[in-house]
Design a protein around this ligand. Sequence first.
Ligand code: ARG
Length: 466
Amino acid sequence: MKKTSVVSRSGRFSGGPAVNVAQFTESISFDWRLWRHDILGSIAHATMLQKAGLLSRNDLRAIVRGLEVIGRKIETGKFHWDPELEDVHMNIEAALTRSVPTGAKLHTGRSRNDQVALDMRLWLRDEIAALSSEVRSLQRVLVSLGQREIAVVIPGYTHLQRAQPVYLAHHLLAYVEMLERDYQRLQESFARTNVCPLGSGAIAGSTLPLRREVVAKLLGFVDAQGRPRLTRNSMDAVSDRDFAIEFCSIAALLAIHLSRLGEDLVLWASTEFGFIKIADAYTTGSSLMPQKRNPDVAELMRGKSGRVVGNLVSLLTLLKGLPLTYNRDLQEDKERLFDTVDTVRATVRISAAMLQHTKINRKTCLAAASDPALLATDLADYLVRKGMPFRQAHHRVGLLVALAERTGKPLNQLSLAEFQSTEKRFAKDALKVLNLHRALAQRGIPGAPGTSQVRKQLARWKQLPD
Ligand code: ARG
């Protein structure tokens, strides 16, 4: 009770909250993670208070020193977090005030409502930067795997049925493209997160001459020209969690991309496909079946996306119908946001590591991609070149495929006479169409998996900026 009175429970209260209320409402068990940013924010706020004439130089010096000491204590695990003090903000402020009495001036013109919004934006800015560079690393791993296995061709699938042959690199680069969009979205969201809410107070700003632009500049809330970026409406600023939701939605999409990659890897690692071998260190055995090698990491790339999507839905639901402005409900945002950051970062990182320890079974890939039926469309294109309307060409090749099935021969084993029995315009050169390498060389238009295009894309991605 004595402790809480330092910062939170004013003269209005006759006692502390009931024990179970404190337990129910505390957030220190998870929001302690914001400590570094809370201290940075407080130092900037105090610096501004001094410039605004609300704090003496000596007071400022004592407060900054006190906060730095607390920071070192937290860093070395010597700080005692007290659940009775509810959250990270009050724990730090109470500790400061205990050691530096003038710390009682720190909260001038500030509320925990704008303070927590500030801390979260500061924290998320760092996390966006960290996640972005992890996404880049994963892209690089995919590009170099594609480069290393540049000659490998696999069937591309639609409806999980073999469709047309593609370079493995083309398949991998599809994920590089998805990750690039995720990266871009992260960068764009950074700009919207990078706005300073401090100075909004509890809801209605302050009567004191706070210099918000000073705090913003100190904390790097600036645009490309170095101009401070301030929230423009105090009510919006203390109740807005768009930045967190936007991040969680970007993260959810990223997690979905990783989930799809995970699923491809699970399939490819199966005996049925046999395209890849994931290193032992990234697979697990079965407690019962001695022969098993399970792709658990790839499965969890898929599985983890569930909670990330769940976190997004939790946050959306949290805000739905919440009246302006701050409500304690908002405290529930943190665990969802933290879990999203932790889960997505870990998934991106382990995916990259696993792919670096994955071997491609080149022969199995080639055998699967060499099924001449995968080039049936190329045969239709052949007839199109001879002037036949595509619909008709499609039908003719369909007849040819049916003939191959009936006679139990692959397409490329049919005789010219058999070809011509379905369509006269098939000449000797029709058989050449079924050559895999020629077929891949033919796919030269932008975005196609042709040899020159894939090489070009690989070269482009190799220049990936940081
Ligand atoms: N721990 C709180 C949260 O995370 C901080 C803000 C509390 N504000 C208040 N008026 N009780 O939302």
